[in-house]
Design a protein around this ligand. Sequence first.
Ligand code: NOJ
Length: 586
Amino acid sequence: MTLNNLNDDWWKQAVVYQIYPRSFKDANGDGLGDIPGITSKMRYLRELGIDAIWLSPFYPSDLADGGYDIIDYRNVDPRLGDMADFDAMVSQAHQEGIKVIVDIVPNHTADRHAWFLEALASGRGSAARDRYIFKEGSGPNGEFPPNDWQSLFGGPAWERVEDGQWYLHIFAKEQPDLNWNNPEVHEEFKKTLRFWSDHGTDGFRVDVAHGLAKKLDGASMKDLSRWTVHDSLSHDGTHPLWDRAQVHDIYREWRQVFNEYDPPRFAVGEAWVVPEHQYLYASPDELGQVFNFEFAIANWFSGDFRTAIRDGLQAAKSSGSTATWVMSNHDVPRHPSRYGLPQAPSKATHQLPKDWVLRDGSSYEENRELGSKRARAAILMEAALPGSVYIYQGEELGLFEVPDIPWDRLEDPTPFRTRGRYTEKGRDGCRVPLPWDSLDTPDPASWNPRFGSGASFGFSPAHDADGARSADPHLPQPLWYRDFSVDVEQRDETSMLSLYKACLSRRAELLTPAQDSSVTWLDEGDDVIAYTRDAAESSAYTTIASITNFGATAITLPEGDLILSSAQLDDRSQLPQDTSVWIGMR
Ligand code: NOJ
């Protein structure tokens, strides 16, 4: 158990490991990761050196959007286990000193949620319909959508129901948006927060936290034709959909629920808002913490990361909270691939490399050696920063994106929607089941990504409870996964896994007890990110420096003990390109 985990403020400097449950570990052989699978890997997680796990949705779902379409908020998908399995998992996690965070999805339910079925059955003007956003259509007979808003997954954001009304769905049509002007919706979610808190959950990750308070009267509906988070629309809290001032009332209400518990439950918001607004969500009377996604969208330029760090620290300061750092999650291509692709000029333009978005395999000019080297440097740059570090499952293995999953094996809705139909492969490439065991490798001669091979790199057991061969992993794993299997990396001192373990244990030992949320920048030139932090009092050092060189020219390192380096240094005093070090100063 880390020191951090023993106090109520554990989340302020935590290392949180994101689990995408259906792809983490399959215990029963149905090809789908499950809750007992997570329990079985708790020791691995403890040895990795994390403070908490965050579970993406594991609730009953038709998987129209990877589980973010929830049929029942207070239950476990029977394919993933049951409530007893959940309780056992929490208890095992707590025994290992690991906190548990679950995902709350308040913007929309699934279309098979009891409320939505009731809304369909109850008809126009009913109380059941008022829990969602139903409108009459436009055109002489209401045959056109109420307006031309587009779903974030492509295609119209409105779906017509049998009696002619239309409902809003900002995401897939299987995800009808809830009406947060309805008091019943408020009560329902407070009940859900209490339910999971009563089951020992330590905190919540709040999905689409900036989207709940909508203004959908006649005037606002005409104001906009399309929207994106980074559009030129108002950022003053008056936008009809995003980041509205009223959304904060909801989180102030939730804070009261979090504070009913001892220690108070923790929350982190997923709010894709301008950096200047992040702090509002993170304030102590609201969620307490918010994701800063600047790292996740940064290209491999020192300027991008410098801005990300400055913005993140500033937001944390304004809210009286701590910052968050994230490079990968279940929505973005894995960062070793991103860093190994041709880089767009700068994130400042919000331009992502074309290949970054396309993910169709064909134009994938990935340089893996370079991508890995940079990813190694990146974790040392990130993990010395004050605040919480969010790690996405498989990141510790240095997994790359799987860009070439056959079209007919994809699960993510985005490839099949109107926007760029069949040109974007969507998000499955970072959701491929994890490789645990290289001995369970398919025979390369008969391997075909379309069909199973009986092997799953240890993701599933060889047989299910009835002795039948386990089902194939729900997304196909590529052959190269073998080299990234946990057992291979555990044996290799130079692997990404060994680097992550070393980095997280040194972080816990040297840095985390400090509650500070600022860094002292060192001026090493434009191509370098270099900062120092006060070292923990119990350590042998006064300060720890983290230095990353992005530039082609090696830089001279300051005096001190070399604690970690992302690559072997030929000359102790020189830091070459795409390399990071931690130096302890006495
Ligand atoms: C954000 C989640 O991270 C993403 O996976 C999901 O598709 C949308 N919210 C909708 O719930």
